[in-house]
Design a protein around this ligand. Structure first.
Ligand code: IVH
Length: 670
């Protein structure tokens, strides 16, 4: 690769890091997990290693944190506040020990102080003659923010220390955090306890800080001139004696294997702790050895943070609720004690279906391992049977719908020759309250009627107010009543009215999808629309009992026809369709198979002028072309807007993909 390309790529990574630094350090609202953040940092460091000409003042090899916020007075740390390097598995830990041996050039027995790594924010406290004279945040590691008054509001921080052996001049360092139970009481918009602590501590007005019960544990020192204390564990003992809180789980270990066992056990039990812990810190216990080992650019050689797996955590099931979906599926949901998984507080986990509960024998009050990956709903991976109460009873799945009382059944799947894992409410219509609400939510959704002024929460709210019971009620809303509701104003009501009116013009395929017939997704709805052409014809098929004829359509089979029959067998469903068809303007389905761009694939990079990506995509699709999101062999054209990603352009060129400007592309269209 050319040097310029590598530089571009490197700059992109640095920009990404800067963006996330800002979100994390200045706004206290990270958008990615620590693990993803570490990945970006790692990639930058690897690039710098491979291509030594790369450098940036924002690189993690140059900076530790992020510039302190502008709203506080700044102060230089007498001793830098460094960070710790991270380890994720046993290999990383043995490497850590190996590096120590290499550095010391001898293999000696090393004792470690093992301390829980509380996920809060670090602070440094300067005491002179026993008086707290300065309190700072970490800032960028060299310069922190002066937050003395805010720190003084924390009860765990002594303001005066009278012990005779307390050093005359010392910086005590530790973590400010908020207990999980206190965090749960907060109704603020903090994603997790860490953000809550950071946001609260850095309030301009200390009175604001005082309102939230922050805690402090001490774990190390900054400036400190003494050779009396020989071990980290002794320093921790002294801290306690001087009146600081230290972590009750701090422990000394003499070998790495025992530490790793402890880590495993601690990880399983961390959900029982009153505060969030994201790993354990291992520190060489002997302070002289620490001095010999010293520091690399931004972390000590004598310590490492052994992180817990970011995407799973243990918690306890408080209750199991049954949710009812649009098609009547009963989905069990575990209400769990809130637990922080990779930076997000999780309090619900799906249990999928009845079979899953039986297979894993999941019960109320069980301690379970929960996994959260990406945007997927968190789920239970296993039950910790050791922690199960002897008196616990198996969970009995309801055989009646908890919403409408109808019978629930498991259907027999003829193809698989077995019963479905999912249990369903047999009421296929609007008589079941929960099903009805879900049907309406589906009706308004993006791919369906696309009524964007009417979100899921608004539907629930309107349901509770008795404004809507059926989809057609949306077109008969009393806007004056809505205007009087809390949270609504002239603008939001007129936006709502606009998007409802706009949705009245709809194509047949979208409408058939919107009415929410089981097994009729967007693709099947298109097939039905293409075959029946108009809503009048479609209704004709239903009233003349000719639904079996749909088996002529390639793609529509027995399952879909049975589902259509079931749906229309319910008279309310049928009347909803008829009412809607008299209110809406349902246009015939036009399958554009002859567009100019048939069999052509496109991809975009950079900003388009006067046009959103969504509009551009729809233009291509109207012309029978398709849009992809990654460069592959099938891609024919790459369309370049303003500030394209150079890497994508280069890659496309290398693969012989045609490059088009926005103007050139528009010329291809009808
Ligand atoms: S020692 C030079 N000990 O972890 C090492 N840090 O990435 C200084 N932390 O900024 C830190 N618990 O906010 C140390 N027992 C502990 C800790 C701890 C939490 C945090 C601290 C620090 C970060 C390191």
């Amino acid at each position: 690769m050319k040097e310029s390309k590598i530089k571009d790529f490197y700059r992109e990574k640095i920009d990404e890091l800067k963006k996330h630094n800002k979100l994390y350090f200045e706004k206290s609202s990270p958008k990615i997990s620590d693990k993803e953040y570490d990945e970006i940092k790692k990639e930058i460091l690897q690039l710098e290693k491979k291509f030594p000409y790369l450098n940036s003042i924002f690189s993690p090899s140059n900076s530790i944190g992020f510039a302190p916020s502008k709203k506080f007075v700044k102060s230089s740390h007498r001793v830098k506040m460094l960070s710790l390097s991270n380890a994720f598995d046993i290999k990383d830990i043995t490497n850590f020990e190996k590096k120590i041996f290499n550095f010391l050039n001898e293999k000696i027995k090393i004792e470690f102080s093992v301390e829980p790594k509380i996920d809060g924010i670090s602070a440094s406290l300067t005491y002179k003659d026993g008086i707290l004279v300065l309190g700072t945040s970490r800032g960028d590691g060299s310069i922190g923010e002066v937050i003395t008054e805010n720190l003084k509001t924390i009860k765990d921080i002594p303001q005066k220390i009278i012990n005779r052996d307390f050093p005359k001049d010392i910086d005590i360092r530790g973590e400010v955090f908020i207990k999980k139970s206190d965090f749960n009481k907060l109704k603020n918009n903090f994603a997790n306890p860490r953000n809550a602590a950071s946001g609260t501590l850095r309030q301009k007005d200390p009175e604001e800080t005082k309102k939230i019960p922050l805690k402090f544990v001490a774990y190390t020192f900054g400036f400190f001139e003494s050779d009396r204390i020989k071990k980290q564990s002794d320093f921790l003992k002294s801290l306690e004696k001087w009146g600081f809180k230290v972590n009750e789980h701090n422990k000394v270990f003499k070998n790495i294997n025992d530490i790793v066992d402890f880590h495993k056990k601690f990880e399983e039990e961390r959900s029982d702790l009153e505060y969030d812990v994201d790993g354990l810190v291992y520190k060489v216990n002997n302070l002289d050895l620490q001095k010999r080992l010293g520091f690399t650019a931004n972390s000590p050689r004598w310590a490492i943070a052994h992180k817990f797996a970011a995407n799973s955590a243990y918690s306890k099931i408080k209750d199991i609720d049954i949710q009812i979906g649009r098609t009547g599926a009963l989905t069990p949901v575990a209400r769990i004690e809130p637990v922080n998984i990779g930076g997000v507080v999780v309090s619900n986990a799906t249990l999928h279906n009845e079979d899953e509960i039986i297979r894993k024998d999941i019960r109320i009050n069980d301690t379970v391992k929960i996994e959260r990956a990406g945007d997927v709903i968190p789920h239970v991976i296993l039950v910790d049977l050791k922690k199960r109460d002897k008196k616990s009873k198996k969970f009995v799945f309801p055989n009646k719908c908890p919403s409408c009382g109808s019978k629930t059944i498991k259907e027999f799947n003829k193809i698989m020759k077995k019963y479905d894992a999912v249990r369903r409410c047999t009421n296929e219509g609007f008589d079941c309250e929960k099903i009805a609400i879900e049907k309406i939510k589906h009706f308004i959704s993006k791919e369906a009627m696309n009524i964007d002024g009417l979100g899921k929460k608004v539907v629930e709210n309107f349901w509770d107010m008795n404004f809507i019971r059926y989809p057609q009620d949306i077109y008969n809303l009393d806007y004056n009543k809505i205007l009087n509701l809390e949270g609504w104003g002239d603008l939001s009501v007129s936006n709502l009215k606009y998007s409802i009116d706009k949705s009245k013009k709809i194509s047949l395929d979208r409408f058939l999808y919107a009415i929410g017939i089981r097994h009729i997704g967007i693709e099947n709805a298109k097939l039905l629309a293409e075959y029946t052409k108009s809503i009048k014809n479609f209704i004709g098929f239903v009233t003349n009992n000719k639904l079996d004829e749909f088996s002529n359509i390639d793609g529509i089979g027995e399952i879909q026809i049975k589902s259509l029959k079931n749906f229309f067998y319910n008279t309310i469903n049928f009347s909803v369709i008829k009412k809607l068809s008299s209110i809406l303007n349902i246009s015939e389905f036009e399958l554009n198979k002859k567009g100019k761009l048939l069999n052509n694939t496109f991809m975009f990079t950079g900003k388009l002028s006067n046009m959103s990506r969504a509009e551009a995509k729809s233009l291509i699709e109207k012309n029978s072309g398709s849009v992809v999101s990654s460069i592959n062999k099938k891609l024919k054209y790459l369309i370049i807007g303003e500030k394209p990603t150079n890497r994508k352009v280069e890659q496309a060129k290398e693969m012989g993909i045609k490059i088009l400007s926005q103007k050139e592309w528009l010329n291809l269209l009808d």
